[in-house]
Design a protein around this ligand. Structure first.
Ligand SMILES: C[S@@+](CC[C@H](N)C(=O)[O-])C[C@H]1O[C@@H](n2cnc3c(N)ncnc32)[C@H](O)[C@@H]1O
Length: 271
């Protein structure tokens, strides 16, 4: 099993997975995701022999995953009958990290190729369903029970969709469920407009298709949708406390540039 069958945006799951696996090697990890290591070893039999260096500049992706997990745990503590829609799941092991109670039904959605990889690389879980579909073809919503609170998690997904598709997705979800929480991360307008020249995205044949100056304003898309709050990313206290010193220094420098500091935003809504 390898990732050579992935095309375009699908390839973007690999660097995020690697960063999560490398975090697990830190003496005091931020996320501590042993399943990311498990998936990396199965994807790359030489994983343990490779020298990845010490830069770990991607650690902000781990901070993002931790913030999504913390928000999800607090929602599920109050809504033990919830349905979870984890969209653009990639090979992320959130369902194992959170290990929700049996009263929760969890759905992981990504392109069929990625879902096929998940089935080979990661173990099954109770009350857990995989959906192989593009998120933009909303017929997948017909397979989800509608009469329960919903938790929508989209980590590292929204920038790859068009604004029209994001709006259709969010408004359809709010229309379909009685109550819920939606947690997403978005790119800034600047990060979106320059994404076609971003060397990392170019490497994966991917680019962003939307960006937002003020992601809180997305709440205006639906009268029942309400902005709750934002979690810190590159200036997060956990990053500054736990990242290796060279990584902390780089992030402190980058944070001096307002465009860089706010290039990705992590926001939560409820309805
Ligand atoms: C940057 S990766 C993030 C993966 C995972 N959420 C994580 O944080 O580890 C982006 C993911 O979104 C998925 N994706 C992008 N566009 C999608 C679409 N239209 N439908 C379903 N999945 C999509 C990709 O296949 C990929 O797995």
């Amino acid at each position: 099993m390898d990732d050579s069958t992935l095309v375009g945006v699908q390839k973007t799951l690999a660097p995020v997975l690697k960063t999560k696996a490398l975090d697990n090697r830190l003496p005091d990890p931020i996320l501590g995701d042993r399943y990311a290591e498990l998936a990396m070893r199965r994807l790359d039999p030489d994983y343990d022999r490779r020298r990845f260096g010490t830069s770990q500049m991607g650690l902000v992706a781990v901070v993002r995953a931790k913030a999504h997990d913390d928000w999800a745990r607090s929602f599920l503590a109050d809504h033990r009958d919830a349905v979870v829609l984890h969209l653009g799941c990639g090979l992320d092991a959130r369902v194992y990290r959170i290990d929700p109670p049996a009263t929760v039904d969890w759905f992981d959605l990504d392109y069929p190729t990625i879902i096929g990889m998940r089935q080979q690389l990661l173990p099954p879980h109770e009350h857990y369903t995989l959906i192989g579909s593009t998120v933009t073809d909303l017929t997948w919503l017909d397979r989800i029970p509608r009469d329960r609170p919903v938790l929508v998690i989209a980590e590292g997904l929204v920038p790859y969709l068009t604004e029209t598709d994001v709006r259709r997705l969010l408004t359809r979800v709010v229309d379909a469920f009685p109550t819920g929480q939606i947690q997403i991360d978005t790119a800034s307008v600047w990060a979106w407009r320059t994404s076609r020249w971003d060397p990392t995205l170019r490497k994966y044949d991917a680019q962003f298709h939307c960006g937002f100056r003020d992601p809180a304003a997305l709440a205006r898309w639906h009268p029942r949708l309400e902005y709750v709050d934002e979690a810190p990313m590159s200036d997060s206290p956990v990053l500054m406390a736990k990242a290796p010193a060279n990584v902390r220094r780089m992030y402190r420098l980058m944070n001096l540039l307002p465009g860089m500091k706010r290039s990705m935003r992590l926001v939560r809504f409820r309805f």
